[in-house]
Design a protein around this ligand. Structure first.
Ligand code: FES
Ligand SMILES: [Fe+2]
Length: 417
């Protein structure tokens, strides 16, 4: 079906103010096809951290649905990106996520491309009469860097990255993430649409029921959500118990652990639990000074709380003063009810102390602690549940605003383009 016809056939799934969000946006193969055509092939996508491409010849691969892009550090240190597909017979060119070489060699018949994508060598070229190697280099993809990350866009006519990121760029730059170190990197195949994987991280409404322990250190009742262009923000006070728990005489056990980890004496906070958060903020500053880490402009709530930026369409950066939890939700190539969930942790490192990039691992269901397992269990349970004929659409509260906003931003790509 033509892309335009496909879009017209799906307009009944558009998000309407005040109405439930249609479940087929998560389940339908046709909707997935439209996302492939008008979202993933048209939008800036976060492909890598700048430190993933440290030297000429370094490569980073982003697999996204049916597309794959390879970013290549050029001999002059600039970055270029290409469709990660051999022009001979379509083999996936760079199978590995991170590699370094002075050329890109296809594993099938050995066609060889330069770092600039030019076709340099065709084995037995005389058997391809009339082949013009100059016409069969790798196909270019737009590529740019902002906020410490490398972004790609398959649409060569797309608006600039700076424009796309402008509503959140100043906040990202406060953290100087390009100087941080990747500490862990994992991916996992999840049994649910990529938006379900995103949704579970886009609201704090589930904390009280799914992660009750967390209420000892995070005030879910003071969680704030806002939109920022196509993106959104979620801010959660940390280091202070939830208002739901009422007046506390004892310091909750999870807060005791947090205070201990920060080098503070939990017994000092008995009867004055409210003093824990400012004390944790001061401890963060002291520790940074001791470790030679520059916190830049971060102060006040930024020293304790979780500031999450949801970068449209599929990345969430949970920004803490010294740690960033990175989530990315990549669509499956053919199944709307599966996705790849990437989870990374970044930490600050003193200047000159950067270590080599850790290898990407495949996370198992038991990795990531209780919280992660509970989230995963919930989202896969929703994936199964929403297939029921007894369910038609999602009813979203104000607290789940970032979920609805993702759908609204998505509709602008799918139907208003
Ligand atoms: S498909 Fe790449 S060399 Fe044949
Ligand atoms: Fe959760």
């Amino acid at each position: 079906m033509e892309e335009r016809e496909l879009a017209e056939s799906l307009t009944h799934l558009r998000v309407v103010d005040g109405a439930p969000v249609a479940k087929d946006r998560y389940l339908s193969s046709a909707f997935m096809d439209l996302e492939m055509a008008r979202l993933w092939r048209k939008t800036w996508l976060l492909a890598a951290h700048v430190a993933d491409l440290p030297e000429p010849g370094s490569t980073a691969v982003l697999d996204c649905g049916r597309e794959s892009v390879v970013v290549v550090n050029q001999p002059d240190g600039t970055l270029a990106a290409f469709h990660n597909v051999c022009q001979h017979r379509g083999n996936r060119l760079c199978p590995k996520a991170f590699d370094c070489s002075d050329r890109l060699v296809c594993g099938y018949h050995g066609w060889t491309y330069g770092l600039d994508g030019a076709l340099m060598h065709v084995p037995d070229q005389e058997r391809f009469p009339g082949l013009d190697p100059g016409a069969h280099g790798l196909r270019r993809v737009s590529c740019d860097v902002a906020g410490g990350f490398v972004f790609v866009n398959l649409d060569r006519d797309a608006a600039p990255l700076s424009e796309f990121l402008s509503p959140v760029l100043a906040e990202l730059e406060m953290y100087d993430l390009g100087s941080w170190q990747l500490a862990t990197d994992s991916e996992m195949l999840v049994e649910g649409n990529w938006k379900l994987s995103s949704d579970v991280n886009n609201e704090a409404y589930h904390l009280a029921n799914l992660h009750p322990k967390l209420l000892g250190v995070a005030d879910d009742t003071a969680c704030e959500v806002t939109t920022a262009g196509p993106h959104s923000r979620l801010t959660l006070p940390v280091g202070t118990p939830s208002e739901r728990l009422g007046e506390l005489d004892e310091v909750p056990e999870v807060l005791v652990e947090m205070l201990r980890d920060a080098g503070l004496d939990p017994s000092e906070f008995q009867g004055r639990v409210g003093d824990a958060r400012p004390a944790l903020a001061e401890a963060t500053k002291r520790r940074a000074a001791r470790d030679g880490l520059d916190l830049g402009p971060l102060d006040g709530a930024r020293l304790t709380d979780n500031f999450q930026i949801s970068l449209f369409p599929n990345v969430q950066l949970n920004l803490y003063a010294n740690r960033v939890l990175f989530f990315r939700h990549r669509p499956h190539p053919s199944d709307p009810e599966r996705c790849w969930f990437d989870q990374q942790v970044y930490v600050r490192v003193p200047a000159g102390k950067r270590k080599p990039r850790p290898a990407r691992t495949t996370a198992s269901r038991t990795d990531g602690g209780d919280m992660m397992q509970a989230d995963l269990h919930a989202l896969e349970s929703v994936a199964r549940g929403m297939r029921s004929s007894g369910f038609t659409g999602l009813l979203l509260s104000d607290a789940e605003r970032p979920i609805r906003h993702l759908h609204e931003s998505l509709d602008r790509c799918l139907f208003d383009g």
